[in-house]
Design a binder for this molecule. Structure first.
Ligand SMILES: *Cc1c(COP(=O)(O)O)cnc(C)c1O
Ligand code: SF4
Length: 326
């Protein structure tokens, strides 16, 4: 079978940090990229995302999200391997049930982009994905618990699976009467908007439940015309589209950057959902913003923006019954 357009675009991703820096006219920085950081968690970034970076700027907020740095190799107390207790909340292979009514499926381990701040650097995805066993164990766990009314596809990135694979899952879920909502957490509509193709949209349109798509953009520059078109298409297919961001030092840790993100997102038809404090995962400490600064920036957003454009500032605490508002 011919690979789909989006799969071709994905395969063409930049994987060599030196090539990435060369594309941005930053050859001098290339020498400083640490091999050990790359081999711990590879660089991967779609070319369309690279095109949204500012050439010649080593501090570009999109570049910072993907470029391996020596800072990642530091051991920092409090930054561990399972920062959010996912290991403990597992109810079946690839199914995490932490919060009332909602089961989260770790659908797959793969993503279109490798974000340096991500917990995925460490989670043992190879054995833990819900898709691996043809979804059977995941659907059985959901079917066995009538309290589960919402199924959340997460990962990794669930939209890195072929649409046919997603359709297998939703075909099985249709038989589970207590499922009332489907949610999809994905960074692909932002980093690889080609993914929002006719086949995906036809699948979405055909689903029997209300669908929320939670995308993930951290900076206003992540939106461009193809991303806007992807968001419009998702909404046109009936999905509610929300954005979650992570508060990241050197990426979006200013009131201006956060306000721009929320306003630019709304121009694409996306409402802000969560602004997450970083999960304290080994190798990510240099992205952390202290809680006091985070609260102050959030208060400034509340003062500046309409209420519907202010995301909830939250932190995930292992064992809590929900994300914890700060
Ligand atoms: C974040 C998360 C959810 C979703 O929480 P919401 O507050 O509904 O967005 C569900 N399950 C798990 C395991 C999560 O980590
Ligand atoms: S799970 Fe999300 S944040 Fe993590 S690497 Fe994948 S796309 Fe990036």
């Amino acid at each position: 079978m011919q690979p789909r357009g989006w799969q071709q675009a994905w395969r063409a991703s930049v994987r060599d940090p030196r090539e990435l820096l060369r594309l941005l006219g930053l050859d001098a920085e290339a020498a400083a990229v640490p091999e050990a950081a790359i081999s711990a968690f590879a660089l991967r970034v779609p070319r369309g995302f690279v095109a949204r970076m500012r050439p010649g700027d080593p501090h570009d907020p999109l570049l910072r999200q993907v470029l391996p740095l020596a800072d990642e190799l530091r051991t920092v107390p409090g930054f561990g391997l399972d920062a959010v207790g996912d290991g403990a909340a597992k109810v079946a292979r690839g199914v995490i049930h932490k919060y009332a009514g909602r089961a989260l499926l770790v659908a797959t381990g793969s993503c279109a982009i490798n974000c340096r701040y991500c917990f995925r650097r460490h989670f043992p995805y190879a054995e833990e994905t819900a898709a691996a066993g043809g979804w059977a164990a995941a659907v059985a766990a959901i079917a066995a618990d009538p309290g589960i009314t919402e199924v959340i596809l997460s990962g990794g990135d669930p939209l890195s699976l072929a649409t046919g694979k997603l359709a297998e899952l939703t075909g099985l879920l249709r038989e589970v009467p207590h499922v009332r909502r489907l949610r999809i957490h994905s960074r692909l509509p932002v980093v690889l908007p080609e993914r929002v193709d006719d086949e995906l949209l036809a699948w979405l349109r055909d689903l029997p439940w209300p669908v929320a798509v939670v995308v993930h953009a951290n900076h206003a520059h992540e939106f461009d015309a193809p991303v806007d078109a992807a968001m419009a298409a998702l909404r046109d297919a009936g999905a509610s589209v929300l954005n979650q961001a992570v508060l990241l030092a050197g990426v979006n840790d200013s009131v201006d950057a956060l306000a721009d993100l929320c306003e630019r997102g709304f121009e694409a038809g996306v409402l802000p959902y969560y602004l997450h404090q970083l999960d304290r995962v080994a190798g990510t400490a240099h992205f952390e913003v202290g809680d006091d600064r985070a609260r102050a920036m959030h208060a400034a957003l509340v003062a500046r923006l309409p209420g519907y454009l202010v995301p909830r500032l939250v932190r995930e605490i292992a064992g809590d019954a929900s994300k914890r508002p700060l």
